[in-house]
Ligand binder design. Structure first.
Ligand SMILES: Nc1ncnc2c1ncn2[C@@H]1O[C@H](COP(=O)(O)OP(=O)(O)O)[C@@H](O)[C@H]1O
Ligand SMILES: [Mg+2]
Length: 449
């Protein structure tokens, strides 16, 4: 707006100064005066004519005649030879109230024969522009304030959206650190926070499972130890507080105590084996390349006596006799567990260890002619401490850890174990172990990626 006004005024002032040129040369004061009064009214301002020293020659308001005008813009035109120049000035009201309006002074040189001989000053108020600017400024402030308000509301909303789930997660983490694994966070929407919340809940479920498994394990292990301990206690007390007990009775009781101690030893050994298994570093397993035949022979040698005692035929059927990569001691332990079960849960008949090759795995099948396992029990028997109820009541001993250990060993070798059986028709346990550890390893590495 100011620029537009300046360019308008420049043109107007140039017009006036041109028109005044000849009268100014001829010092025709009345012509000049009449002209500037007319032009002054026309432009809604005041017009002053000065000479080269800045002395006022004519003033459309007839007040400043003879005064010297020494504003910067006048100086630039009459002294420095500029064609036009302008400046802004405060014009104070005459009533001494200190109120003022802004005006623009447009100075244009009066030129005669391409020489500056004087200048025309057009003084025009720009109060209207100032008022417009003030109005625009006010509108701008209002828009600014409203936008800020909207932004604050939006930010507040966003921050709340971020802080609320974070706060929920913090509370959840604190609860879990404090041991309350039942804590879950509310998941809403489908953004990153929702997936973070879901991940948190999954973790909480896992932790809860682990925690439950841990306490189950402790209570099961204690329970399994308590049973033989109670027996030992009763047996001991009954001979301790009885007088004149015959030697044969002593022997009987001590024999029972010995059996209970064997049971406890077996259980503790299983527990120790299990914890060692769980603490193995999967990246530094002491894998050996060993012959399948030697493992089977060693297992049979160690269990032959028990089989013979029960009158059970222990045989082997080696269809694969090569080598395999394995944790030899662990694998032997697992096969032993299976053969021991076969002998334990078979009243008469045989237990056979068969080896064969299937794809890249060696399959150890332990086949017995015993009581078999009902279908609904088959998936549970691999759980820790699980025993089919009739085995519990019977005098077979055992902790229910045997098959769990077999399964852990199978998984450690990237293999598997499964059972096929029908009640009363014997059972076949199949333990699959990859022949080459590296082969299977790299395959599972690829899956991970
Ligand atoms: N060969 C088998 N024939 C019949 N039942 C079996 C056989 N092997 C295992 N079982 C059943 O599976 C249960 C779990 O076996 P296991 O984990 O070795 O525990 P344990 O032998 O200490 O009882 C056994 O209690 C038994 O009931
Ligand atoms: Mg067993």
């Amino acid at each position: 707006m100011i620029n537009l006004r300046i360019s308008d005024l420049t043109e107007y002032a140039n017009d006036v100064s041109m028109s005044l040129s000849s009268d100014f040369q001829r010092h025709n004061a009345s012509n000049i005066y009449n002209y500037i009064v007319k032009k002054g009214i026309e432009s809604g301002g005041r017009i002053i004519v000065i000479d080269l020293s800045g002395v006022v020659q004519a003033d459309s308001f007839s007040r400043l005649n003879g005064y010297i005008i020494n504003t910067k813009e006048a100086y630039e035109v009459v002294q420095e030879g500029m064609d036009t120049s302008y400046g802004f000035h405060k014009i104070y009201d005459s009533d001494d109230t200190g109120n003022f309006t802004w005006s623009i002074n447009m100075v244009s040189a009066i030129i005669d024969d391409s020489r500056t001989v004087g200048a025309v000053i057009i003084v025009q108020s720009i109060a209207d522009i100032v008022q417009r600017i003030n109005q625009i400024q006010l509108r701008y402030y209002v828009i600014y304030a409203v936008s800020m308000l909207i932004l604050i509301v939006i930010f507040g909303f966003l921050i709340n959206r971020i802080l609320y789930p974070l706060n929920e997660l913090r509370k959840g983490t604190e609860a879990i650190s404090g041991g309350d694994f039942s804590k879950r966070v509310k998941v809403s929407g489908r953004d990153e926070f929702a997936s973070l919340g879901e991940a948190f809940n999954t973790m909480a479920v896992r932790l809860e499972d682990v925690d439950r498994a841990r306490s189950d394990f402790i209570s099961n292990a204690s329970h399994e130890l308590k049973t033989p301990l109670t027996s030992v206690k009763i047996l001991t007390e009954s001979i301790l507080y009885e007088n004149g007990v015959e030697e044969s009775v002593y022997k009987d009781f001590l024999g029972e105590i010995d059996k209970e101690i064997d049971r406890m030893t077996e259980l503790v050994n299983d527990l120790l084996f299990m914890t060692r298994l769980e603490n193995l570093d999967p990246d530094a397993l002491p894998i050996e390349n060993t012959s399948v035949t030697s493992i089977v022979d060693e297992v049979m040698d160690s269990l032959r006596q028990i089989a013979d005692q029960k009158g059970i035929l222990l045989t082997k059927d080696l269809r694969y006799t090569g080598n395999i990569d394995c944790l030899r001691g662990h694998l032997k332990h697992a096969i032993s567990n299976l053969v021991e079960n076969g002998i334990k849960y078979t009243e008469q008949g045989s237990v056979t260890i068969r080896t064969s090759k299937e794809n890249d795995s060696c399959v150890f099948e332990i086949i017995d002619t015993g009581e078999g396992i009902a279908k609904k029990e088959q998936e549970k028997i691999f759980e820790r401490f699980y025993r089919v109820s009739k085995s519990r009541t019977r005098e077979t001993g055992g902790s229910g850890l045997g098959l769990y250990i077999v399964q852990r060993v199978a998984v450690l070798h990237n293999g598997s174990v499964s059972v096929e059986s029908e009640e009363g028709k014997g059972a076949v346990f199949s333990l699959r172990i990859p022949i080459s550890a590296s082969l299977k390893r790299s395959a599972s590495d690829k899956e991970d990626k």
